[in-house]
Design a binder for this molecule. Sequence first.
Ligand SMILES: Nc1ncnc2c1ncn2[C@@H]1O[C@H](COP(=O)(O)OP(=O)(O)OP(=O)(O)O)[C@@H](O)[C@H]1O
Ligand SMILES: [Zn+2]
Length: 482
Amino acid sequence: METVTEHQHDASQKPRTRFAPSPTGLLHLGNLRTALFNALLARRDGGDFVLRIEDTDVERSRAEYVQALCEDLRWLGLDWQEGPEVEGIHRPYAQSARQPVYDAYYEQLEAADLAYPCFCTERELELSRRSQRAAGKAPRYAGTCAHLSAEERQARRDRGLEPTLRFRVPRGRTVTFTDHVRGPQRFDTDDIGDFIIRRADGTPAFFFSNAVDDALMGITHVLRGEDHLTNTPRQLLLLEALGLEAPSYAHISMITGDDGAPLSKRNGSRAVSELREAGFLPEAVVNHLARLGHTYEDNALLSLDGLAAGFDLGRLGRAPARFDESQLRHWQREALHALPDERMRQWMRDAAGELLPADREAAFMATVRDNVQFPEDVSRWCRILFGEVPEPDADVRAWLEQAGPAFFQAAADAGGDWQAVTGAVKEATGARGKQLFMPLRLALTGLNHGPELPDIHGLLGEDEARRRFLQAARRAAAEPAQ
Ligand SMILES: Nc1ncnc2c1ncn2[C@@H]1O[C@H](COP(=O)(O)OP(=O)(O)OP(=O)(O)O)[C@@H](O)[C@H]1O
Ligand SMILES: [Zn+2]
């Protein structure tokens, strides 16, 4: 038996990787991690990262999804060296604009009788699959149209039948290749039915345009989801028949959701744009994704260059990786912590909007910086510090009542800075530790956690703090809220 092996690329050659999404929905984290790994591999070795749009499914592809995915990639800093918007020598990068390229290769295959028109209807194919299954066989194309004469083909055309084009899979061979993640792979060509490479409307099927473009665009490494593993032998056979050079492949594990099923555009998985809108930082998203199915020695937050430097095909795992939002939140905390002051200020400004008085900006940011993870945290602290203390719930009311009105009256009467306040309350009530600080915190913010109390007191100012202590005194006396 002969074997087909992918071309061994010259090790000194710089990697050319690609991300080739179909614009049929918004990118989710599964798609995005594929993009990230491809971008990191190219970046690590100074190669090129290509973006190609696989929009051959005209029914489902939409221009606005192309725009959205470009925006998502740019937001994360995954700039491409060739592709839409930037172009390049292999243009065009949208498959819908590459039909003449595919047509030339179809002709080449048909001329060599390596492909043939198939006139079977969807109904006929379904019946054939059903009877194969009933006989306990894995369904594959039965070869009905494999050996039609020129006259038989013409007769079918005359009846108005529009054929698809099928690739004639060579029989009795073994296709082998070494996957960067899954190691040596073997497939018998006898298990592969002749497959469609051109749809009846003339547009290319995925197997075909995807493989042809990888070769024509000089792609050296294809990192893609494990869902594509069984496509690879077909694509290697096609490239061999066309005399085109194949890339090497890394089939990376799928990212699954809580239900254990792979994230998919169809199952409504959380879109990248939703994470952006919720206020996640791009640094948090890439640090999280880079560690889903790939291990790093360094558990600290890394820049894209750092992530690229530590990226290694040998560190890709085989097991599916479950998306865990608590991990993403961990990286959000790390990313915010590391954010340079100027960007932190801008992030808070955007989050606070009108709620933040310009003259209090610096003090506010210094006070709450370590207590906010999302824009909604910023706006909540604005509402609390520049608006009103929230109405107490049962827990808070219990704390206030236990401290009693005299406690808060003492705080209100103290005047002066924070030290003066705590000194006066201690002297009047004997309270200390949590019994001292928790009621004061609840009086000033209504929350049992938050920034340091001296900072909050300083930000509010003496007058506003007094007003809040008096309000707490009334609430502690169980008077109706005012
Ligand atoms: N849940 C997932 N985990 C990891 N990779 C994924 C996942 N879903 C898709 N991919 C990968 O994302 C890349 C881009 O895929 P594409 O845009 O064609 O989406 P797709 O495979 O059609 O996904 P979907 O099922 O969500 O439509 C492919 O390499 C694919 O393998
Ligand atoms: Zn047929």
